[in-house]
Design a protein around this ligand. Structure first.
Ligand code: FAD
Ligand code: N01
Length: 542
């Protein structure tokens, strides 16, 4: 069957080698690297500027939870030596400024078309070219397409009965207005208690006259202990960057350099274990999960960490019933991404902050100025939806992608995403994905994973050019083996026990498959490098 052809209004771009979709960190680095090969690259970005995640998520308190000295590009030593991060975890405006600085520094904007959504990409098997159509009605023909569309870029608004009747303002954390939002004097309702909610709730509580938090599932959160970075701290990173970056790429499963003892939680007597948990709780941040090397592998070990956090919650929160509700009981700690907060639990001690359990009593209806649950109406003037994303596949699925024989990627992935290495999907030649399902991606410091994928893709394109190859495609057998491996590794951990967005469980009807690869960034990098060294084993190149 011939591939379906799009109906473009007009053609543009006489010769484009690579179309990149998205101008977050992945898109920016892709443009920089591919341009370095002398290729003609066109980036389409639906937002009005670069930055991706940091362009869209402008809610109060938004900041990274991987320390900024590590959550930053490593590809240019001058860049990492010159950029000054102000805090241990930079706030969103600063990360956005950094993305803008990267774009300006390497003169990237001239090849990025903003406010333009990629609608479809159709592969023409005779010409071996993709036709990419965009929201401005244009079609662009390119040899390669790279989806740098982001894993957490498709904000999800659940359907609540009566939502359209609500008379107040509604905000989604993942698509926050550019102008400041002032909640002073307002009764605010927040739906959700994931990372976005946990970062924003303490700040919304500063302004709101009444804050009601609607919680379906309690989450584990550890204190960030954010603080300004001192010159000495910055210098210590900068002086040691070559080794720190090497370790992040090779030695640490999640691409974050941190002390990880070579022992499991049950190898220590209880009092030592508690001391260690206390030490990490006091130093703050995601590294809490690195106290022991088996917390996501062994249930009993995990229980010790979960119990420790639950104890801290009951210590911080004065009202016993609120403390009980805030204690997660239905998933192992770390099987959903652990949250990192500043004063989250203590916020519930404020007299104007209320926690409502919508697991026991799901939201029944939204009324013009209230939210009804458990037969009771909670009055609100504004609603904040901190309800997350259609993660990992959501933004890809919104593009009508047609590969060989006109098959759509959505059809192929109808029972869950299938990729080889998270980088390509069989039947979709010359279409690459950055941090796609089947790669370490969201389980890692994403900039480490983005740089690794972009380097691999760029090397692959250069290899093809050097050999005069036109087409690269994952083989079905290599893909099948990889998917089986990804599932097998996941099954040996506690991750699949949680109803997480890693599993697609937050989207009604989405197939439930653990999407990222848990093998770790170092192991994964080695696998990718070995495959490239074996002339791209598992890929067909013609
Ligand atoms: P994105 O930044 O999501 O960029 C993708 C871009 O593609 C978006 O701008 C989007 O508009 C565009 N796009 C999508 N579809 C289309 C289309 N069809 N047409 C045109 N454009 C399109 N990761 C960490 O490692 N550490 C952290 O501390 C951390 N903090 C985070 C905090 C928040 C609030 C969120 C939501 C995520 C966080 N992440 C973190 C994950 C974060 O998404 C990545 O670190 C990283 O920013 C992803 O970059 P990206 O370029 O791959 O994707
Ligand atoms: O989204 P989430 P997020 N009715 O999916 C609830 C990164 N990030 O934006 O758990 C009622 O985690 C849902 O409840 P439940 C990070 O990787 C990082 O907060 O499904 N409630 C949950 O409580 C993170 O993991 C930072 O029962 C509904 C919440 O909404 C990822 O982005 C900051 C509902 C969604 O939580 C996503 O985080 C922010 C419904 N119909 C984000 N639907 C950092 O700190 C959903 N919920 C760096």
């Amino acid at each position: 069957m011939a591939a379906a052809q799009p109906q473009p209004v007009s053609h543009q771009n006489a010769r484009i080698d690579v179309v990149v979709v998205g101008a977050g960190f992945a898109g920016l680095y892709l443009l920089y690297k591919l341009r370095g090969l002398g290729l003609a690259v066109k980036v389409f970005e639906q937002g009005g500027d670069v930055g991706g995640t940091w362009y869209w998520n402008r809610y109060p308190g938004a900041r990274c939870d991987v320390e900024s000295m590590q959550y930053s590009f490593s590809f240019d030593d001058k860049l990492q030596q010159e950029w000054d991060w102000s805090e241990r975890y930079a706030p969103q405006p600063e990360i956005l400024r950094y993305a803008g600085h990267v774009a300006d520094r390497y003169d990237l904007r001239k090849d990025i078309q903003f406010n333009t959504t990629v609608k479809s990409a159709v592969f023409d098997e005779r010409a071996n070219r993709w036709t990419v159509t965009t929201s401005d009605g244009q079609a662009t023909i390119a040899q390669h397409v790279v989806l740098a569309t982001g894993c957490l870029s498709n904000a999800r608004t659940p359907e609540f009965r009566g939502m359209k009747d609500f008379k107040g303002k509604v905000y989604h954390t993942g698509n926050w207005p550019h102008e400041p939002v002032d909640f002073t004097g307002l009764r605010v309702g927040v739906i959700g208690t994931g990372s976005s909610a946990i970062q924003s709730i303490p700040l919304i509580a500063e302004q709101a006259s009444q804050l009601t938090v609607f919680q379906r599932t309690a989450n584990f959160s550890v204190p960030a202990r954010n603080a300004p970075l001192t010159d000495d701290e910055r210098k210590s990173f900068r002086d040691n960057y070559p080794e720190i970056r090497r370790q992040a790429r090779e030695d640490f499963k999640n691409g974050i350099v941190q002390p990880i003892p070579d022992r499991g939680a049950l190898d220590d007597p209880e009092h030592e274990r508690r001391e260690k948990y206390h030490a990490r709780w006091t130093s703050g941040g995601l590294t809490f999960m690195g106290v022991y090397n088996n917390l996501v592998l062994d249930q009993r070990s995990n229980d010790t960490a979960a119990d420790f956090i639950r104890e801290r919650i009951s210590e911080i929160v004065s009202d016993p019933e609120t403390a009980r509700l805030l204690q997660p009981i239905d998933h192992p700690v770390g099987s959903k991404r652990i949250c990192v907060d500043t004063d989250y639990y203590a916020t519930f001690n404020r007299p104007h902050v209320t926690l409502v359990d919508i697991k026991a009593h799901p939201i029944e209806q939204i009324l013009p100025y209230a939210l009804r649950t458990g037969g009771k109406d909670y009055e609100v003037d504004a609603l904040v939806l901190a309800t997350g994303f259609d993660a990992m596949t959501g933004s890809v699925a919104k593009i009508d992608i047609r590969g060989r024989g006109g098959q759509t990627l959505n059809d192929k992935w109808s029972e869950g995403p299938r990729t080889y290495l998270g980088l390509m999907s069989a039947g979709f030649p010359n279409l690459f994905i950055v941090t796609g399902p089947g790669s370490p991606s969201v389980l890692s410091n994403m900039i480490v994973s983005i740089e690794q994928h972009v380097d691999w893709i760029t090397d692959c394109v250069a290899y093809m050019r050097d050999r005069g190859a036109e087409v690269i495609e994952a083989t079905r057998s290599a893909e099948d083996k990889w998917v089986a491996h990804v599932n097998e590794v996941a099954a040996g951990t506690l991750y699949p026990q949680a109803n997480s967005w890693y599993m697609g469980a937050n989207i009604p009807g989405k197939p439930q498959i653990f999407m990222p690869y848990i093998g770790g960034v170092g192991v994964y990098r080695q696998i990718c490098n070995d495959i490239a060294a074996k002339d791209y084993e598992g890929f067909a190149m013609t």
